[in-house]
Each structure stands twice: as C-alpha cells, then as structure tokens.
Design a protein around this ligand. Structure first.
Ligand SMILES: *Cc1c(COP(=O)(O)O)cnc(C)c1O
Length: 487
C-alpha cells in the first residue's frame, strides 16, 4: 500500500541518464568470461534505474526519513531500553587510536585499548556485584547462552550430570527459554502469582535435583521488583542450582541494587541498552557476562588480565568453555559504554535509575484512569497496561499501537509478556522530558476516547504513514524486499 506521494527511484528512470562521471578507461579491458566460470556470468544487463546523482541522493534521504529512531522521536519499547545514545560516545569510538586498531595487533601495541576493556570490566564488576566479567558475547542472547554454558560446565565438573533443566518464569523475555534450549537444557516454566511476582509455592514444586539454574530478571518483565528474591535464591541454591540474572535492562537498579548481592551467580548485561550503545538494525551489540568466583574457571578464553602494569590475554584456561566470539568482542560498543559510564559517574548513574523509575510511575498513574492496570503497584523502569477495556469496544491493542503511529510515536511493546491479556508494555527511560511523556500520554488518552466515540479511526489506523496496515502474516512469510514492477 505504497502511497503515491513520491515516485520510486525506478519510476524516475530515464534511459541514458547517469549519476556518475568517470574518466575514460586507459587500461586494457578484461574479458570476464576468461576470469569467471560460466555459471557466474549474468546473461542480461541488470535492470537498474537510470537517474542523476541528485535523484539518487534524494531517494536515499527520503528513505532515511521514513525510519523512526530514538534520534527522531519517542520510542517507548518495554523491555528494550531505547534510550538516547549520547554523541560523545560516537566521537570517542572514532578516535584513531581505537577505530584504526587491528584485532591481530600484538598486545604490546594495544595497551590503551586493553586498559579500556579491563577498566570497563572493573566498572561492570562494581555495578553488578560479581567477581569477574567477560566482554566477549556480542548480544544479550549470546550472553545468556555463554552464561548457561558456564553453568553447564560447572555442574559437569562436579559430576552433577542430572541437572538438565532450566527454570524460567512465565513472564520471561523470549530469549531466556531459547538460550536454555540452545545450551542443551530443557525449560521448565514457573508461574507468576496474582501480584505478578514468581509464585514461591510453584518455584518450590519445580526446583529439584535436576535443576541446573533459575533464569530471572529483577525487576521482572512486568516491571515489578521481585520482593522475595533472597528466598528464591535460597530455594534454588539449597537444591544445588545456580541463579542467572537477565540484566539486559538494568535501568531500574543501576547504582541502587546489585544482582550479586541478591544472590545471583551469573548476570548478563546489554551494553546496547542500559549503557547507551546504539541498538537495532542488527547490531553490533555487546552482552558482557559477570560471574561469581566458583564460575571463573569456565569463562570464555582468552581472559584479559593485568600483569604488573601490562595488560595481556590469558589463554591458559583448561576449564574454559572456549572462545564464544572471534577476537575480543565488539570493541566499539565497549568504548561507547565505557565513555557513558565515565561521563555519568556514580551519581549520574544513580540519577538514571531514579529518573527512569519516576518517569515510568508518572506515566502509569496518568494512564491508569483510561486503561486497565493489571498490577496496581509501584513499578520500576517499565509498566504494563491491558487493553481489555478497549477490546470490549472492538478496538484491539494492535489497533492502539497502529494509531500511535499517526501521532508520530513508535508504539510500545504489545502482546508481551504473554501472561497479560492485550498487553501494552511501556518503558519511557530516563532520557525523555516531562513534556514528551505528557504528549505521549495525551495521545494515548485521545486514542482511548476515540475507541469509545469513533472506533473506526483506531481500527483503520495508521492514516498518515507511507505504508498503511500490513498483512503481518504475509509480510513475515512472503516479504517483498525489493522493487517489483507494477503489472
Ligand atoms: C533485549 C533483551 C534480551 C536480548 O538481548 P539481545 O541483545 O537482543 O540478544 C534479553 N533479555 C531481555 C530482558 C531483554 O530486554
């Protein structure tokens, strides 16, 4: 449903028009037929648009404006921490001394980069309350898998081979059960109680001598703080299992509470969420993993160590799970996270948490009269609403999300977590102003009123975007990824 507001580049094509100027060839022409095997040579000219340089420039600039990003507008995805990425991070990551290093350079010639990585590890150890950190994993899910493989090696080294199960709450992020499966475990679900917290009775029932670990996040994916965390740690530890903390979104506890102090043995962080690395578009990300002392022998190798005043990689780690990423992780994201931590300082990081939590509670209370609030408690960095009331009027949560596009907002996460009907999950982050939060809330309130008075406008949204409502099944199964000539 492409709106005909702007001709596509193929439609602008005029035979013979060119967008480049090259000097005349002054070297002998190569016969490609001699260089390449037959099957590799195309038989017909590709059908490319013939346009001027200015046309192509405008084409790409127009496409870039159709994207929504954190730099162009509010992006309240729950469980995803779409916060502003400070531009000083980009400047520092582009320093010649960082950007032009080669990963195969000798350690002695990259001491500054190694020092930055080592210092970052130390900061993350301090922030999480763990004993050691690896920067190797390239994403949150990759960190989860790395952590679980260490837990697996730990149990195996103790001859404890019956531990085949990983317990995951029903509100968990989808990557948790997926990582457990890829790491060779079976997933067992533990229920939430009526307060949205892990049901302790159910936890006692599912945890036993076959439990390898409990994977959890706190605050949980409903944005609620697991008040019984110490008791949960006791249940899992006394059964011989390990506690895994999904720290992808640390915005609610940063500088306030530490997974290590809550009893967790392993934690992964998403530097491309909490620590302002840009995210989306396929990365690169960074998912460092922190562990308590008894898991240190299993860390991916090489391990970055400080020897006197020299930084070096230790490969002599016989119990290591091995390398999980070529070279040393996504170094550029490490530089950005390091810059963020150093520019914020401990007080700044504390303010991040306080403002993230304040913003979420402010929005939750302003929206409460207009939407169902399934868990009426003080929330942390995010909260969930339910669109049940609107569903009775024939307006689904999907419609509300689509209608938000007309107001210029990226919709929040919807239909997740799965244990809330018609779920709308909002994470404002600390970087948005009160004016932005109010404007978004006003749009949500207007949509709630439209659902009562004029539901069609919501059901048929979006009205202002270049592409209207997609057939999402077809879009996933049969994506149209390139220009197709009109029949
Ligand atoms: C984003 C997220 C992940 C996965 O991180 P990726 O970098 O996308 O692999 C895991 N858990 C939670 C809670 C998250 O929000």
């Amino acid at each position: 449903m492409h709106k005909e507001d702007q001709p596509l580049i193929f439609e602008l094509s005029t035979e013979g028009r060119i967008g480049y100027s090259l000097p005349e060839m002054d070297i002998p022409e190569i016969d490609l037929g001699e260089l390449l095997p037959e099957g590799y040579l195309r038989e017909e000219e590709p059908e490319l648009p013939e346009v001027s340089e200015l046309d192509i420039m405008r084409h790409y600039t127009a496409l870039s404006k159709r994207n929504h990003g954190v730099d162009s507008g509010f992006y309240p995805l729950g469980s995803c921490t779409m916060k502003y990425n400070p531009k000083i991070n980009e400047n520092v990551a582009r320093f010649n001394g960082f950007a032009h290093l080669h990963p195969l350079q000798d350690e002695s010639s990259v001491q500054g980069a190694l020092e930055l990585m080592y210092d970052l590890q130390e900061h993350l150890i301090e922030i999480t309350g763990m004993d050691e950190v690896t920067l190797q994993p390239a994403a949150g899910a990759h960190g989860e898998w790395t952590g679980l493989m260490m837990i697996r090696s730990y149990h195996e080294a103790n001859g404890d081979t019956k531990r085949t199960k990983v317990v995951v709450p029903d509100s968990a992020h989808g990557t948790n059960p997926a990582s457990a499966t890829v790491a060779g475990f079976e997933t067992v679900t533990v229920k939430s109680d009526e307060n949205g917290l892990v049901d302790l009775e159910d936890l006692r029932r599912v945890v036993g001598e076959d439990t390898a670990a409990l994977m959890l996040t706190n605050p949980n994916t409903l944005g609620l703080f697991e008040e019984n965390i110490l008791e949960m740690a006791e249940i899992v530890h006394s059964a011989g299992g390990k506690l895994y903390y999904d720290g992808a979104n640390l915005n609610a506890v940063l500088s306030k509470a530490r997974p290590g102090d809550m009893g967790f043995d392993v934690v992964h962080l998403n530097l491309h969420k909490t620590f302002t690395g840009p995210h989306g578009g396929g990365g690169p990300g960074s998912g460092p993993v922190g562990v308590k002392a008894d898991l240190i022998p299993y860390l991916p190798k090489p391990v970055l160590v400080k020897n006197g005043d020299q930084y070096e990689f230790d490969y002599d780690r016989p119990q290591s799970i091995g390398r999980v990423k070529p070279y040393y992780g996504n170094f550029g994201i490490n530089v950005r996270a390091y810059t963020y931590i150093r520019t914020m300082g401990p007080d700044g990081l504390k303010a991040v948490t306080e403002n993230a939590v304040l913003n979420a509670n402010y929005m939750m209370r302003r929206l409460e009269p207009f939407f169902d609030l399934p868990f009426d408690r003080h929330c942390k960095h995010e909260f969930v609403l339910s669109g049940k009331r609107q569903k009775k009027l024939g307006v689904r949560t999907l419609d509300i999300a689509k209608r938000l596009l007309d107001f210029g907002y990226h919709p929040p996460t919807i239909y997740f977590p799965l244990n809330v009907e018609e779920c709308i999950m909002i994470e404002p982050t600390e970087t948005e102003s009160k004016e932005t939060l109010d404007a978004f809330v006003d749009a949500m309130i207007q949509i709630a009123k439209e659902a009562e008075e004029n539901p069609e406008i919501v059901q048929e949204a979006p009205h202002t975007t270049v592409i209207g409502r997609l057939d999402e099944t077809m879009a996933a199964r049969k994506p149209v990824l390139r220009y197709q000539q009109k029949q």
